[in-house]
Design a protein around this ligand. Structure first.
Ligand code: CU
Length: 171
């Protein structure tokens, strides 16, 4: 009798070990199946759209992408009718404390440079300037962005940043 108890315990332990191994094997393909649709959802979440109008406004005060986005594509529509020279819009990404300085530097750069100062490292990403009825887009890497960082976007057409600005949330 006394020898049977340890043998039973050993059987139980073997059973538990085998069960755990089985659960692990079953769970692994499950993880792959779960992560595939999540990756597809991320791809859509990494594409952003924003629209500007003839009233010097964007239609969104905030844009956000998950930190899992390696690249982001931003599409800017101009829903108005005025030409770029009169009511041009672009979309420029900066860290929030740089917003005013980049807006001022952009003003001096001129329309031919899309109101973007050449080689300005404070400009993290930008589109070109579009006029009424036009659409443009930019795809940029998020490698230099920090999850949870304080980012903003603005239009650097002279004077527009007063109204045309918003928060960009990464992660
Ligand atoms: Cu503008």
């Amino acid at each position: 009798m006394s020898g049977q108890v340890p043998a039973q315990e050993e059987m139980m332990m073997k059973l538990i070990r085998n069960s755990l191994a089985a659960i692990f094997v079953l769970a692994s393909p499950g993880l792959v199946l779960v992560s595939a649709p999540a990756a597809a959802a991320d791809a859509a979440a990494c594409k952003l759209e924003i629209t500007g109008n003839d009233q010097m406004q964007y239609d969104k005060k905030e844009l956000s992408v998950p930190a899992s986005c390696k690249e982001v594509t931003l599409t800017l529509h101009h829903a108005g009718q005025l030409p770029a020279a009169a009511m041009g819009h672009n979309w420029v990404l900066v860290v929030t404390p740089d917003l005013t300085a980049v807006a001022n530097a952009g003003m001096g750069a001129g329309l031919a440079s899309d109101y973007i100062p050449a080689g300005d490292k404070r400009v993290l990403a930008h589109t070109k300037v579009v006029g009424g009825g036009q659409t443009t887009s930019v795809t940029f890497s998020t490698a230099g962005l920090k999850a949870g960082g304080d980012y903003s976007y603005l239009c650097t057409f002279p004077g527009h940043n007063a109204l045309m600005r918003g928060k960009f949330k990464f992660g």
